[in-house]
Design a protein around this ligand. Structure first.
Ligand code: NAD
Length: 586
């Protein structure tokens, strides 16, 4: 029996140790080998393995001295990278003797996998490598040397930054102390520390073997780190394509460590995500889907590299993004921007044809997939149906963009209760429905995410001409702020976007109250001309949205006038009140 549900287990004897190897899935499918880190056992992968098992032959093993694998005797000298490479080869000789495997490593599992993928004797045995939170010691050694030899202020800063993050490495080199701590108080406190500091979900991880895993694993550091950093290999080039997944909030590794990686890896795909160190536990859906996408593209003989400079492709590639009001203007441009970054896009609009067109063009723009859905965001039942379908067919959203909205202009006394209801139903209730139905599942999944609500500069800039519209948008802004506070502990960001005057179709559909049809038509045309003259494109709002998600911004005014009004609303609200009294000439 093994601790991974449904796994078949075998023992592999190699170099004086006995390794515990677990397998899931069809052995005829491509083999994915998952290597765990420190202080861990193979169970760190259980959630990722379960997600990959229906598509791949998934193999996990306890590294020597960890979990239910035996430890070398003596311990000193028993954990060298050469011996770990012997173990890896012994495992793949058993589980996939004739076909190269797809290697995945986290933390020390990644450190040792870098060795596997850069030494000659594994050439032809590894089809691809996905690395998470564990650099090659050789690359790291060269990274340090370059910065020590040619120290610019930036490089010294990078050295000091990583040096501070490596405090535990120095401690692990002290004799006996780590063993005493792990077998004593630290071993007991560790599960609680992981939950509090790293936000790991509660469950059956870490396993009971943690104190001895951690005590034995100290030799991973002692046997390798100093020697390799001092004398890094000159030929540590990867002989298989590599996917590097970098969690941006890693407490132990600076993202700068990977700056020079293209030198060592000719075929490199970069991915980033806003999380801490233990992403196989905190983000199993995202990790599994990136592994799957990468393995599939390598198996299909495709070049999986996104361009290096494309930060958005690194961050949003493969993510599931839903945009409401995606049939036109800001919504359509936002769908395209996510599509260009390689996301999977759900384009929702009440106009079925427009939504279908956005989905079609999104596919052409580079979306990993794109679908069109028709729904009126103000209709609770329609939104419930939509959410049910999206969750069933496409999955839980990574990013939700509540963008659908309508314009309404006219003084308070000419605005009928029906006008009020319509604008609040779409602009406010549409956002509430989206946040409730999609946000709830995001929170329940507990793997992070982001909600963007498109408000308006009218949310903080009063105007005698827009009482209903501005009220609806002010409500969206406050809702976003409150929700941001509530969802922060779930690692779900919430952003309110306040665009300003953007050249879209909104002017030709906006309602003008208190005037007859002909006058309404004339005002629409005039405002369309005005917005056309300002000519601020929706694409710029879309890129502000992607930036806001990438940096988890709270409130983002987009155009210069929207930014100016935001400053005035804080520093000189009386001036804004004066401007609010001016009757616009339309
Ligand atoms: P747009 O009219 O070009 O696009 C809006 C899209 O939303 C259309 O495709 C429309 O069919 C869809 N839509 C409208 N009501 C819907 C509903 N009930 N259910 C589903 N879909 C619906 O407008 P836009 O300028 O791109 O506006 C997008 C958002 O940006 C709106 O929330 C708007 O208030 C906001 N905004 C726009 C500007 C601007 O100057 N254009 C400024 C500030 C804020």
């Amino acid at each position: 029996m093994t601790d991974i549900e449904g796994a078949r287990e075998r023992r592999v004897r190699t170099g004086g140790v006995d390794l515990c190897v677990a397998e899931l899935g069809d052995p005829a499918a491509p083999t994915v080998v998952l290597v765990h880190g420190y202080p861990d056992s193979k169970e760190v992968w259980s959630a990722v393995a379960a997600r990959l098992a229906d598509r791949f032959h998934v193999v996990l093993y306890d590294v020597r001295g960890h979990g239910r694998s035996t430890a070398p005797k003596p311990l000193r000298g028993g954990f060298t990278l050469a011996k770990l490479t012997d173990d890896f080869l012994a495992v793949i000789d058993e589980v996939s003797p004739d076909r190269p495997v797809h290697l995945v490593g986290h933390d020390w599992g990644s450190v040792q996998s870098w060795e596997f993928v850069t030494v000659g004797r594994t050439e032809g045995r590894i089809a691809s490598f996905t690395s998470m939170s564990g650099p090659s010691l050789d690359h790291f050694g060269h990274w340090i040397n370059t910065r020590v030899r040619r120290p610019t202020p930036r490089r010294v800063g990078q050295l000091l930054g990583q040096g501070a993050k490596s405090w535990y490495v120095y401690l692990l080199h002290t004799p006996a102390l780590p063993e005493l701590a792990w077998r004593g108080p630290l071993g007991k406190a560790w599960p609680g520390i992981l939950r509090r500091a790293e936000k790991l979900p509660a469950g059956d991880y870490p396993t009971a073997s943690l104190p001895s895993d951690a005590a034995h694993g100290a030799w991973l550091y002692r046997d390798n780190v100093r020697a390799r950093l001092r004398h890094p290999r000159e030929d540590a080039y990867a002989h298989a394509p590599v996917q590097l997944i970098t969690p941006l909030g890693d407490a132990f590794l600076s993202e700068r460590l990977y700056d020079d990686l293209e030198r060592w890896v000719p075929r490199l795909t970069r991915r980033t995500l806003p999380d801490k160190h233990w992403i196989p536990r905190t983000r199993p859906d995202q990790v599994a889907s990136w592994i799957e996408e990468f393995v599939r593209s390598v198996e299909a003989g495709q070049d999986p590299r996104p361009t290096r400079t494309d930060r958005h492709a690194q961050r949003f590639g493969g993510q599931l993004v839903l945009v409401t009001g995606a049939g036109s203007g800001i919504g359509r441009a936002t769908a395209f921007a996510f599509a260009e970054a390689g996301a999977r896009v759900v384009a929702v609009d009440r106009d079925a044809e427009a939504a279908a067109r956005t989905a079609e063009l999104s596919r052409l723009a580079g979306a990993a997939d794109a679908w069109a859905e028709t729904a009126d965001v103000s209709d609770e039942q329609a939104m419930e149906k939509l959410a049910e379908k999206v969750h069933r067919e496409y999955g839980v959203l990574d990013v939700l963009v509540n963008n659908a909205g309508i314009g309404l202009s006219g003084s308070f006394f000419t605005t009928t209760t029906q006008d009020w209801r319509r604008v609040l139903d779409v602009n406010l209730w549409g956002v509430i429905h989206g946040c409730r139905l999609f946000g709830a599942r995001m929170a329940e999944r507990d793997q992070g995410g982001h909600i963007v609500n498109v408000a308006s500069a009218a949310a903080y800039q009063p105007s005698r001409a827009l009482p209903a519209y501005s009220t609806s948008k002010a409500a969206v802004l406050m809702l976003s702020e409150c929700l941001r506070a509530e969802l922060a502990s779930r690692r779900i960001g919430v952003t309110a976007i306040c665009p300003g005057l953007i050249n879209t179709n909104i002017t030709s559909t906006a309602r003008f109250t208190g005037v007859d049809e002909a006058e309404e038509r004339r005002r629409r045309e005039r405002s369309a001309r005005l917005y056309g003259m300002r000519n601020y494109p929706p694409e710029k709002v879309a890129s502000a949205i992607l930036e806001a998600v990438a940096h988890n911004r709270a409130v983002v005014p987009v155009t210069p006038e929207a930014r100016g009004a935001r400053w005035l609303s804080r520093l000189a609200p009386a001036a804004l009140r004066r401007i609010a009294r001016v009757e616009p000439k339309l």
